[in-house]
Design a protein around this ligand. Sequence first.
Ligand code: CMC
Length: 426
Amino acid sequence: MTKEAVTITDHRTGESYDIDLVDGALPAIALRQIKTPDDDFGLMTYDPAFSNTASCKSTITYIDGDKGILEYRGYPIEELAEKSSFLEVVHLLLHGELPSDDELAQLAGTVGENMAVDESMKKFFDGFLEDAHPMGMLISSLACLATYYPDAKNVNDPENRLQQIHRLVSKVPTLSAYAFRRNAGLSYLDPDPTQSFAANFLRLVFADDDGSYTQNPVLERVMDVLFTLHADHEQNCSTSAMRGVGSSYSDPYSSLAAAAAALYGPLHGGANEAVLRMLNEIGDKDNIPGFIEQVKDKDSKIRLMGFGHRVYKNYDPRAKIIKKLAYEVFEVQGMNPLLDIALELERIALEDNYFVDRKLYPNVDFYSGLIYQSMGFPTPMFPVLFAIGRTSGWLSQWNECLDDKDQRIARPRQLYQGSPKRSYDK
Ligand code: CMC
């Protein structure tokens, strides 16, 4: 049998080291034995942006970026989008298996009971300016929620963790809807525990002040699928933030606020918002070739938003599903005029060597904004919608991290490049 090990030769000293692999990966800490002279710190790896470093072992989400494969707990995303509900996916991510009918009914009941937030949170939202960005409001309200649940600090108790997870999965849609209603100058409604997760959210957002809202089953289902598609994506920027902050035993509300803050950036979950702005700025199909030339000019610093991915070097499987869903929404809500621009942009980019050579394909954010806009969400709400789905993934990853005996407080190393010691003489 072949030995699962590599041999590294240090050409500075001529010494060779056999290093056993761990699950097929090189354990970075083993490099520390490579020293010259004997009393130096030992060899480190240098990996800015963690392009080739596994920070954890995980059993939650599998991605094959070259083949465009995404699976939650082994189930292909295409099957989950077609056959399961978002709450089933929440249970799956959290517990590793699809729920039985009883387990699903129990989860739906728990979520229904936990969706409401304390009345005083409504005053908290009133404290924001009417044009405050809803993502800023969501991040702040998550941190604020920590003050209502001091027991959440007990992160080493798995039962307590589960209770906080249920609270958060349930309350994030309510907080998100309140952020929308603050911008719209509407009063804050209370959730209706008899409605589904997606229906409850849509009603909390779009209902009149008296609570009246007519559900459309197509939009309810599309919303639910969109939450599923965004539910988890292994060790991306925001999930790494969740795990990193959680590793210091911060409570999950504070850690989730940090994860949401990481998601907010335009290179991550804020990209769906940036795509819509880009499509509006392009304005007409005739302007696409000129725009593509600007993107290819490195000095312009303009990117084709909704394209490219650190992991996918193929079509993002979520983008394929979303593109199909878009047509279902347009059938109900009417065609989105920006679709033509998006389709033409995609066609031209996929034939252009700049994008082909760099394996840049549409990602999850390219078409999601068009759907959200057609459903009536204003552009600043787009990253908030991403956050509602991703909350289940962030919390499942956080839970896994706290149970992982290999994990300690996250603390990377650096290569110091600054001044050597000097004295304070001006
Ligand atoms: N438009 C134009 N050029 C691009 C793009 C783009 N969208 N994305 C990457 N490139 C180029 C980049 O300039 C570089 O070219 P070169 O090799 O000549 O220097 C090459 O492709 C590799 O790019 P990179 O920046 O090293 O790739 P990365 O893995 O660090 O970045 C990314 C990944 C998603 C941040 C990037 O592709 C990007 O900025 N995309 C646009 C923003 C976006 O849509 N983000 C949403 C990602 S999916 C949702 C999520 O999970 O967050």
